[in-house]
Design a protein around this ligand. Structure first.
Ligand code: SF4
Length: 468
């Protein structure tokens, strides 16, 4: 953290995401960095931020690890599987490094914070940096490059959490895709759900001052962005002195040039009437809410210490649907938590059928050390049972999603075009206000354009539209 929190904005000169320059186009002598991101949107936002920090320190961005002097892997620790994947990837990247002597491999983010020095025992890594250490990344990389040059193989480690660090004065505008940009309004989490490692990897909750949030949103608008996604671990718990999340949302929605405002992830019990009213009143705030449920059983929710029971959660959904009958809802479901019985699992399936989420992120529980659950609650549902329950949860959601998406056919939607579709780059991909992916025919729409379409066809997760 700098002594002066209003440090001037770092000048960013990196190309946009997906448009990194080839190595041959680089100025001689300029160090080249390849950045790879794993995990949530917060990590995507952090990668945009650290690309800006490194650009300010003279690094040029490349899009192939083979062309890089420095590789940065931004990681997730929320599930064991995510960490295993990063370790495998680190060995692949280190193999590239062996063909490029002097190349530095850094692992940053939640996994670096979680495993600390121990990460160096599991992967051939040169820099280990936590999510509050990004301002110091240029110096950490310089030290690692000098050590490598001297034949010293010891990793450089900086995993100090800083409860004041909000990366004020920086920006991810030029690291993003030019259409939809992220602004982190809150870092860390104080909720300590018993299964979750985030409070240990991202530290205590702190809000970004409103003037700084608005500055970053204006900067995105000046760079041509049409959508802003406000990020926080429990984004609607945001508070800065007298300013709450509802006031901040309304202020962001009134910034010229920004057509759509989204936010993720809210904490269910912090959904106040003021926040619901702001979403319903302000036309630029999307009628889409990701509302993590986790379980449909009161006993499991209590063991998770989620702070609500089923009736409380249903009441929040009803309030949202009363204010906005067309609101799109997505959720998270965690299957096989400690002590989950067949009845608990059946209650989750029943609640999913009752609430009919548009979509869901569904996972089997994996124990994370440091958490209360790892210390005090037995991981007593077998892998086979977790797998079977997860498959049943996915099957229920797929049936609901098929029906929800099919019901969109014939409707009129305004679609923000994000870019070429993955399947056919001649077609464009955009999103509705309710965050549903829409594929547009060849020749229709350009990135950043809002197009009015009629939905003609639907699959379980994609809509197809024709311009009106
Ligand atoms: S609210 Fe709970 S699940 Fe969400 S980040 Fe905080 S501790 Fe983790």
């Amino acid at each position: 953290m700098p002594e002066n929190p209003s440090e001037p904005l770092v000048q960013i000169r990196t190309p946009k995401r997906g448009a990194a320059r080839p190595a041959s186009a680089l100025e001689p002598g300029r160090a080249r960095v390849y950045v790879e991101t794993h995990g949530c949107q917060m990590n995507v936002a952090d990668s945009d931020l650290l690309i800006g920090i490194l650009a300010g320190a003279g690094y040029a961005r490349v899009d192939r690890p083979e062309d890089a002097d420095v590789i940065v892997v931004n990681t997730c620790a929320v599930r064991e599987k995510a960490e295993t994947k990063v370790l495998t990837r680190a060995h692949e990247l280190a193999a590239i490094g062996r063909r490029h002597p002097g190349q530095v491999l850094s692992i940053v983010g939640c996994m670096a914070e979680h495993l600390k020095e121990g990460l160096a025992l599991a992967a051939p890594v040169d820099v280990i940096a936590g999510p509050d250490s990004y301002r110091r990344l240029p110096e950490l990389l310089a030290t690692a490059r000098a050590r490598k040059h001297d034949g010293d193989r010891a990793a450089v480690v900086d995993v100090q959490l800083d409860k004041a660090e909000t990366y004020e004065g920086l920006s991810g505008a030029e690291g993003g895709d030019g259409v939809s940009g992220f602004v982190t309004i809150q870092r860390g989490c104080d909720k300590f759900c018993t299964f979750c490692v985030v409070p240990f990897t991202r530290g205590r909750e702190r809000g970004v001052p409103p003037r700084e949030v608005l500055r970053q949103v204006r900067e995105l608008a000046e760079h041509g962005y049409k959508e802003v996604v406000l990020l926080g671990q429990t984004v609607n718990s945001y508070a800065w002195e007298e300013v709450g999340f509802a006031e901040l949302l309304r202020a962001v929605a009134r910034i010229d040039g920004i057509e759509r405002v989204r936010f993720t992830s809210p904490y269910p019990v912090d959904f106040t009437d003021e926040v619901v009213a702001a979403i319903a009143d302000e036309p630029r705030i999307c009628a889409y809410v990701h509302l993590p449920l986790q379980s449909g059983s009161d006993a499991v929710l209590a063991r998770m210490r989620r702070g609500y029971d089923v009736a409380g959660y249903v009441a929040i959904v009803e309030r949202l649907r009363r204010a906005m009958p067309d609101v799109a809802l997505s959720t998270d479901i965690l299957s096989g938590f400690s002590g989950e019985t067949e009845d608990d699992h059946a209650a989750t399936l029943a609640l999913m059928r009752q609430l009919r989420f548009d979509s869901a992120f569904m996972f089997a529980y994996s124990e994370r050390d440091l958490t209360f659950a790892a210390k005090k609650l037995p991981d007593d549902v077998t892998q086979a049972v977790k797998k079977r329950r997860l498959a049943e949860i996915i099957a229920v959601q797929e049936r609901v999603s098929v029906e929800v998406y099919a019901a969109q056919v014939g409707k009129r939607e305004r679609v923000l075009v994000h870019g070429p579709s993955k399947r056919d780059p001649a077609e464009m991909m955009g999103r509705t206000d309710g965050f549903k992916t829409v594929i547009l025919p060849r020749g229709v729409g350009a990135p950043g354009e809002l197009v009015d379409v009629r939905i003609t066809r639907a699959t379980m997760a994609t809509l197809f539209g024709e311009p009106i």
